[in-house]
Design a protein around this ligand. Sequence first.
Ligand SMILES: [Zn+2]
Length: 145
Amino acid sequence: MTSYVSAALRRFVGQRANYVCEYCLIHERDTYFGCQVEHIISEKHGGPTNEDNLAYACTYCNRAEGTDIGAFAASTGEVTRFFNPRVDRWTDHFSLNGVIIESQTAIGEATAKILRFNDDDRLFERQTLESVGRYPPGEAIELLN
Ligand SMILES: [Zn+2]
């Protein structure tokens, strides 16, 4: 069961993210299924429905995350929370090597693994966008700085 997110709150979350997925940086207009407002800490785990716990995420990232809030990071051997766009800086945990999203931390590793950032189909999509100057999108510049 999911809580109602008002149109105003959806608009706020989308505008705050420049309509870019706060995880993989794809712009909503460049992804077939668009982006969604999602709970960073899922409601199943007690996450509230407010602007501090909502993020803008593409359908792929959101579906892959599901209700998980963390994962096992092989590099540390510990269960590690996911990247949180409200408290973490993207560039502290990830970097772009062409269209490949590389992890810089255990948080980045856990997130990239579960959200399947670098699956073949997603790399193909980003390569296609890169070839037309749409990845990373200009709208992601604030997330990358
Ligand atoms: Zn995404």
